[in-house]
Design a protein. Structure first.
Ligand code: SF4
Length: 701
């Protein structure tokens, strides 16, 4: 009978919804006779290293998408017809052969740099590693990136410049232990809920001080001891001004500076323009408030700064991240528990994708492609000659397609046509590609541009490792078999490589990680045995398996072991409001949805609760324009247009608007149709948060 086939199973996995890295057991019920008859019974957090027994709504209820009827279960190939293109089902053989033929053809005709590869920050470390190995070793290009380009690259740059490692200084337990938590440009309660809970508890029960600096008065702002609302794009100014104030008034941690920090004099000189008066005027914060913040920072027993997209997605994103780290160095808030820098990683594996070489200028563990010695090591290991120059990043790829030099792209697990900034320009580029391969769980919006679509397995159907915001590496185990003919990304990438003449043989992700560890000093001691079950490691991991929950204990990551203060200049934000585009538009996440919503829109309860996007309008602006909650408005920027319903709320202030980025219900609501192609000058991360719009009221309610 059917009953005999029923099987209840309990499997450990790691959440794919944010960088906190919660881990938990998934309870499932399967009917062995019918592969489609399978159910998730419950999520049970037991001993997660990051979360203990907690999860948030996405982790707990956000898994239904795995069994969605929308899942891609067969490869699809575009068929061109006069009356419009169609996709037809194909066998794996046919699809993979077509890809191998096209990749070879394009490489032969236009050279290896006519191809580009984008790895997914939702996928495993092993998969990012194989993707960059495919690009570099098999095709011969460094045109390789991942979506940290859209979010975290500036934070990483700020840390490289000052302390040498692009990772959180400590663990979530350090954030809990800090005397003061300063949150800048992060809607932590909605974007990193479990981590936010820890801060809330410390604040409430231990008297931890909480300061929030943000444009919006979100939940953490409500709870804060001090909430500061600066003018948009001005964080570098107040950060530098309070640092100067601290130095000028003899409040700096001089012993720490003497022992651990280079460049104090030059840096101090560079602070000259950043007076409290100037910052006060430009940021719209009183000198008293700035002074109060400076005092709170020097008086606190350990300061952790948490920041996210509100800092990084600006034309000054790298410099503002640097300013945060400078301030922490001047006040001696590194090299001790309960202190340091905590850029909060967004995707579950945005840290890991970059750690594992899915970047145009680095192999695994941030080993430079330009370094001949490093390159030689990889050439010997992989048995090939490797390209010596850094490749194109995501942003440059779009430009290169428009210029006609980039012809072909292979992208997996990334809704590029909606999440990249200036979506209209991105869509035009994708439509111009000679050959475009998408590997996805669903027929995403970006799939519409593809020539071949490969059905991939989501995390519950594969093994591997993720690295969370704490630099914590964790294993996930296979809960279900791949649905239909879908396959894990690491298997697909391996097959493509082999059809292009490689001789890869990886029986399982474990063997992939062994190869990574052998080539990567940062991960030298990472083994699957050391990550068994709920065991974790926080990089750097030495060969003997010892890891570093606290990143800096004996030295900073520079040859002389000392940190470096990095002088900065101020530049005006791009895309400023004027008479025509008179409102500032901010954007970000909602608690319920994950980004554009490909996963969360396929979870019934979440979709029902939060079906569409909207724009938040302040009470004063609503009154001036005759808007109520529910009114339809049309927003026009210098780059595009959207139509959305208004929500009147005092979370936003004055002439500032806010839109969430979940847009799958209705593409006319996609916020990135409004955002520009301006970027952070160092990393090319789009300045998503610098957008000016004109608002036209379509219907009052
Ligand atoms: Fe998942 Fe993040 Fe929620 Fe944890 S806090 S359950 S990692 S979405």
């Amino acid at each position: 009978s059917a009953m005999r086939h029923n099987r209840v199973k309990q499997t450990k996995t790691v959440c794919t919804y944010c960088g906190v890295g919660c881990s938990y057991d998934v309870w499932t019920l399967e009917n062995g006779a019918d592969p489609n008859d399978r159910h998730i019974l419950k999520i049970e957090p037991l001993h997660g290293a990051a979360n203990g027994i907690s999860t948030c709504v996405k982790g707990k209820f956000g898994w239904e998408y795995v069994n969605s009827p929308d899942r891609l279960t067969k490869p699809l190939i575009r068929e061109r017809h006069a009356e419009g293109d169609r996709f037809r089902e194909a066998t794996w053989d046919e699809a993979l052969n077509l890809i191998a033929t096209k990749f070879s053809e394009i490489k032969r005709e236009h050279g290896p740099d006519a191809l580009a590869f984008i790895s997914s920050s939702k996928c495993t470390n092993e998969e990012s590693y194989l993707m960059q190995k495919l690009a570099r070793a098999v095709i011969g290009t460094n045109n390789m990136d991942n979506c940290s380009r859209y979010c975290q690259a500036p934070a990483t740059t700020g840390l490289w410049r000052t302390v040498g490692y692009g990772g959180d200084s400590g663990s979530i337990t350090d954030i809990e232990a800090a005397g003061l938590v300063l949150i800048v440009g992060s809607n932590t309660a909605e974007s990193h809920p479990v981590l936010a809970t820890r801060v809330k508890q410390s604040h409430k029960l231990r008297g931890q001080k909480l300061v929030v600096v943000d444009l919006r008065e979100h939940e953490m702002a409500h709870r804060a001891d001090l909430f500061i609302r600066p003018n948009p794009g001005t964080d570098l100014l107040w950060l530098s001004a309070i640092t100067r104030y601290i130095l000028d008034n003899g409040l700096a941690h001089t012993e720490f500076l003497k022992q651990w920090v280079n460049g104090t004099d030059t840096y101090w000189k560079s602070l000259e323009p950043f007076t409290m008066e100037m910052a006060s005027e430009r940021c719209g914060i009183s000198v008293e408030t700035l002074t109060q913040l400076a005092r709170m920072i020097v008086e606190a027993d350990g300061v952790c700064v948490l920041w996210a997209m509100g800092v990084t997605q600006h034309s000054m994103g790298s410099d503002t991240s640097t300013a945060i780290s400078n301030m922490l160095l001047v006040t001696g808030n590194y090299m001790r528990p309960g202190a340091g820098s905590y850029p909060l990683r967004g995707h579950n594996n945005v840290q890991g994708a970059s750690d594992h070489g899915a970047m145009p200028n680095f192999y695994t563990g941030y080993q430079k492609v330009e370094d001949a010695e490093v390159r030689g090591k990889f050439e010997r290991a992989w048995g090939v000659t490797l390209p010596p120059k850094p490749g194109l990043d995501n942003h440059q790829m779009i430009g290169a397609i428009h210029e006609g030099t980039l012809k072909c792209m292979y992208l997996f697990g990334e809704e590029m046509s909606l999440v990249d900034s200036n979506a209209n320009v991105v869509a035009d580029a994708l439509a111009k590609l000679d050959f475009f391969v998408m590997q996805e769980v669903f027929f995403s919006e970006t799939c519409r541009f593809a020539d071949v679509i490969l059905p991939a397995s989501p995390s519950l159907e594969k093994e591997g490792t993720f690295t969370s915001t704490e630099r914590r590496i964790q294993r996930l185990y296979k809960v279900f078999e791949p649905l239909g003919e879908s396959r894990p990304d690491w298997c697909i990438i391996t097959d493509i490589a082999n059809r292009l003449g490689a001789k890869w043989s990886y029986p399982s992700p474990k063997e992939i990680y062994d190869e990574i560890a052998a080539l990567t000093p940062l991960m030298a001691g990472v083994t699957y045995e050391r990550l068994e079950g709920y065991k974790t490691l926080q990089w750097p991991v030495a060969e003997d398996g010892s890891d570093q929950p606290l990143l800096f204990t004996k030295q900073f990551n520079f040859p002389d072991g000392k940190a470096r203060l990095y002088p900065l200049q101020w530049n005006e934000p791009t895309d400023q409001p004027d008479a025509e585009y008179d409102l500032h538009l901010n954007n970000g996440r909602l608690l319920e949805h994950f980004h554009e919503g490909n996963m969360t829109y396929r979870t019934e309860g979440i979709r029902e609760k939060t079906p569409c996007a909207f724009v938040e309008v302040s009470p004063s602006l609503a009154q001036a324009r005759g808007i109520e909650s529910g009114s339809w408005v049309q927003l026009t920027s210098r780059y595009g247009q959207v139509k959305v319903q208004a929500v009147v709320t005092d979370r936003v202030y004055g002439n500032q608007l806010y839109m969430p980025m979940n847009s799958l219900q209705n593409l006319d609501e996609a916020v990135n149709k409004l955002t520009s192609s301006h970027t952070d000058s160092v990393t090319h991360t789009p300045a998503y948060k610098e957008t000016s719009v004109h608002m036209q009221v379509l219907t009052s309610r």
